[in-house]
Write a protein of this length. Structure first.
Length: 175
């Protein structure tokens, strides 16, 4: 008897496929967008939205930096003028705005813009999350060719003793 004869033959029994197809989850899309902006859009396969999201964040970051730098310049110039500092400075606002009220007004103007940029960044972030969640809810929504909404003008003839014509709008929804 050889070694080949002693190995039992493996019998493979086909197993029925009982796996449930994965449903597209709005919760997952929301969590993904909370973790990393644009990741929910990638999960929803809306890749074209990702550059728009990051362009918005880039513009807001640029706006934040410019306004924050201006706030620092006005604050530095204000401190320089208040302290009657005699050391030379490269801050052009010291010569341009010798009045302290102008320096404070400039600082407050740019500080407000910095704060608004932070608020707009938060709103942009939340819009990214909301977009991912809403888009995930409609991911499996079937829009067939039969779905339509028609608007038709209507002109009704007078009935009975009325001599007034009536106009209207007829809405027809086909599902």
């Amino acid at each position: 008897m050889s070694a080949q004869d002693t190995i039992p033959e493996v019998i493979q029994i086909p197993v029925a496929d009982t796996s449930i197809p994965e449903v597209h989850s709005a919760h997952k899309a929301t969590i993904y967008s909370l973790i990393l902006p644009g990741l929910g859009q990638a999960y929803n396969k809306k890749y074209w939205k990702i550059p728009i999201i990051y362009a918005g964040f880039g513009a807001l970051a640029y706006n934040f930096k410019i306004n924050n730098d201006e706030t620092k310049k006005f604050t530095e110039a204000y401190r320089y003028v208040i302290n009657n500092d005699s050391t030379p400075t490269d801050n052009e606002y010291v010569l341009r705005y010798p009045n302290t009220s102008d320096l404070l007004r400039g600082r407050d103007f740019y500080r407000r813009r910095v704060e608004l940029t932070v608020i707009f960044s938060t709103v942009w972030y939340l819009l990214n999350v909301i977009d991912a969640a809403v888009d995930a809810h409609f991911f499996d929504y079937d829009i067939s060719d039969n779905l339509s909404l028609r608007f038709d003008p209507v002109f009704m003839m007078p009935t009975g003793r009325k001599d007034h014509y009536a106009t209207g709008l007829r809405l027809s929804l086909n599902l």
